[in-house]
Ligand binder design. Structure first.
Ligand SMILES: Cc1cc2nc3c(=O)[nH]c(=O)nc-3n(C[C@H](O)[C@H](O)[C@H](O)COP(=O)(O)O)c2cc1C
Length: 139
């Protein structure tokens, strides 16, 4: 059976909401990137976001420390302005020999007065449907 993990970094809780919706959809726990990865996973949903245009170093550290435990990475993200963290995560992945799925999930994340309430229920439902699609479950 395919082993799935959901990992995330979330400073203000937005990406954590996506992580939890995705984890619930695929039947695992959402775990912060700072927790050690104890076993390999065929598929790792990795959630991140941007702070002054960059993903947090905790995300990079997670990928560096666990590259041989990650079968394939699926990116998901929230941001106020940037359209996705995909390019940044993909670049780090390439440096660490990690395969990244082409499909990804991104939605707006609230920041100050911008995008209040995002991710909202609709975003979370879309994230869950995305995750089920990726792992091949019926939506
Ligand atoms: C310190 C800080 C800097 C940010 N810089 C950016 C940025 O450069 N571009 C952007 O699109 N969003 C930026 N944001 C907005 C966050 O990416 C957005 O709120 C995101 O949903 C936060 O995710 P999190 O709650 O999981 O930490 C910034 C947020 C913070 C707190």
């Amino acid at each position: 059976m395919m082993k799935i993990a959901v990992r995330y970094f979330s400073r203000t809780g937005n990406t954590k909401k996506l992580a939890e919706a995705i984890a619930k959809a695929v039947g695992v726990e959402a775990v912060e990137v700072s927790a050690p990865m104890l076993e390999k996973a065929d598929l790792v949903f990795l959630g991140s976001s941007v702070y002054a245009a960059g993903v947090d170093s905790a995300v990079r550290n997670f990928m560096e420390d666990n590259n041989y435990r990650i079968g394939k990475l699926v990116n998901f993200s929230t941001a106020a302005l940037l359209s996705s963290t995909y390019d940044q995560v993909k670049k780090i992945a390439e440096l660490n020999d990690i395969e990244v799925a082409e499909e990804e999930f991104h939605c707006r994340g609230s920041f100050a007065f911008l995008h209040r309430g995002r991710p909202n229920e609709e975003d979370l439902a879309e994230a869950a449907a995305f995750a089920r699609r990726v792992v091949g479950f019926k939506a």
